[in-house]
Design a protein around this ligand. Structure first.
Ligand SMILES: Cc1cc2nc3c(=O)[nH]c(=O)nc-3n(C[C@H](O)[C@H](O)[C@H](O)COP(=O)(O)OP(=O)(O)OC[C@H]3O[C@@H](n4cnc5c(N)ncnc54)[C@H](O)[C@@H]3O)c2cc1C
Length: 453
């Protein structure tokens, strides 16, 4: 949402004289954030390396998984924390900051599933549009065609700290000795291999200052008259006929045998590092933790590794695809069967990608902004349709919550209530968060609960 509203808002400044922009300039943009009291701008971003402190903090929705048959049995209570940012910038404000784009192979799969508008060439355009690549080696190097240093989303190589460089170099050399390709640029279309990480870090001298979408996309537009941020507000209901059931989070990671087999292979591969001089010379070894469910099995047998994986595996917090394109939303991100409701967040990613999800979500939001602008151009006649009063056109808003965004060009459905006089441009029933804890039970474990009428 941060990205989308900023991109739409900035479009107003480009050329207000054009038809698209005169339509776009009639948009009112709303960000609702179920943040905690006093959550403000970037100073609330934890220092990057301290991200674990965000889990179970007031900045976290604090969801946990249900106990299932096949995952995380060695974890406390056999449950996985499903941390999710409850703060401006969402999870980007508290996440691990790793920047990845997935692979062209992911987007080939999107195309194969019929989402042809989301082919590699078209998504690359938006990855680049968003990017502020601070590594000039990449911007001016042989892979420069995949990069841009003019976007808002800053990307920097991880620390140059001497100790880190030495340890990381050893790790990469070890991987290389196992036959893995070391990538100079992890953003090439098919990044098959491994390499140094790139992080979402501010463009300043202090390596430890994280960036966030709040800082990069919302802060620059926060004082614009058609942009509204409602903090400490929790959307609890959207008045549509879009029904969604509240469910718990079941990881079920290894319910598919193929996933289990692939993870066992991965663990065995990593264990081979023990035999690589880079590791063995410094006493590096695979640690065997006590696992009551597995300890009676022959160590290193297939059944042991299967048990090990099921006990030890957890999440690295990149769930996606709960409102998948093709199933819940169409290629323009509109909820199927509805004209004026879009979802723009990581839940629309059709299949789990080969990488982390922030950058893909940002690409989706950038592209969504263009889709919306284009639709307004195509449908410009709508403004003149007799039933629509100008004031109602002006009440078009793009609001987002739980990953749900309404893009209404025209009047709202007749059954929709306006929230209040003060917020007369919003159609959602918003409730002040006076007691997050008691409200939380009403939330859907995924991104929140959507109560429908
Ligand atoms: C701990 C952690 C580490 C991660 N590490 C990485 C990483 O290293 N690299 C990477 O690429 N990705 C990472 N991710 C994933 C990445 O952060 C997400 O994919 C990305 O932020 C998704 O953006 P989003 O807009 O879909 O959701 P979010 O960023 O979660 O934003 C949702 C927003 O909606 C608000 N909201 C939710 N419900 C309501 C409601 N009812 N009312 C009002 N507001 C509401 C939330 O408070 C939040 O502000 C990580 C995530 C976590 C949690």
């Amino acid at each position: 949402m941060d990205i989308l509203s900023s991109t739409l808002n900035n479009a107003v400044n480009f050329n207000p004289a054009t038809t698209i922009d005169s339509v776009v300039s009639s948009l009112q943009l709303l960000a609702t954030v179920a943040s905690i009291a006093n959550v403000s701008w970037p100073e609330n971003s934890p220092v990057k390396g301290l991200w674990p402190l965000a889990t179970h903090s007031p900045y976290d929705w604090d969801f946990v998984s249900e106990v299932d048959d096949c995952t995380s049995h060695a974890l406390h209570g056999k449950r996985t924390a499903h941390t999710r940012g409850k703060v401006l910038g969402g999870s980007s404000t508290i996440n691990h900051s790793v920047v990845q784009r997935g692979s062209k192979l992911d987007f080939d799969e999107w195309v194969k599933a019929g989402h042809t508008n989301w082919n590699w060439e078209s998504v690359l355009k938006y990855f680049k549009k968003a990017e502020n690549m601070l590594d000039k080696k990449l911007v001016n190097g042989p892979t420069s065609k995949y990069h841009c240093d003019k976007g808002p989303f800053s990307v920097k190589p991880q620390s140059k700290n001497k100790l880190f460089v030495e340890k990381n170099g050893r790790l990469l050399k070890g991987y290389s000795e196992l036959g893995m390709h070391i990538l100079e640029d992890p953003f090439v279309p098919i990044p098959n291999g491994t390499g140094g990480l790139y992080l979402h870090i501010k463009d300043d001298k202090e390596q430890s200052r994280r960036a966030s979408t709040a800082e990069e996309y919302l802060l620059p537009i926060k004082d614009k008259s058609n942009f509204h941020i409602l903090k400490e507000a929790q959307v609890i209901k959207i008045l549509t006929n879009h029904n969604k059931e509240a469910i718990g989070i079941f990881n079920n990671y290894f319910s598919d045998e193929n996933d289990l087999e692939r993870m066992i292979e991965a663990v065995k591969k990593i264990k081979e590092l023990e035999n690589v001089p880079e590791y063995s010379d410094v006493g590096g070894r695979f640690i065997r933790p006590p696992l009551p469910e597995c300890d009676d099995l022959d160590y290193q047998s297939h059944s042991y590794w299967a048990c090990y994986v099921k006990n030890m595996a957890t999440t690295i917090f990149n769930p996606a695809s709960t409102c998948a394109m093709g199933l819940v939303v169409d290629d323009n991100l509109k909820v199927k069967g509805m004209k004026k409701l879009r979802v723009v967040d990581d839940s629309v990613i059709p299949f789990l990608p080969r990488g982390t999800t922030t950058m893909i979500t940002i690409m989706i939001a950038e592209k969504a902004a263009d889709i919306i602008k284009k639709e307004h151009e195509v449908n410009k006649g709508l403004q003149c349709d007799p039933p629509l009063a100008t004031t109602e056109i002006e009440q078009v808003n793009v609001a987002r919550f739980l990953g749900l965004m309404v893009d209404a060009h025209g009047t709202w459905e007749s059954h929709v209530d306006y929230a209040s006089k003060k917020l007369n441009r919003f159609v959602f029933v918003l409730r002040k968060l006076t007691n997050i804890a008691s409200e939380k039970t009403a939330l859907l474990a995924d991104h929140g609960h959507v109560e429908s009428t």
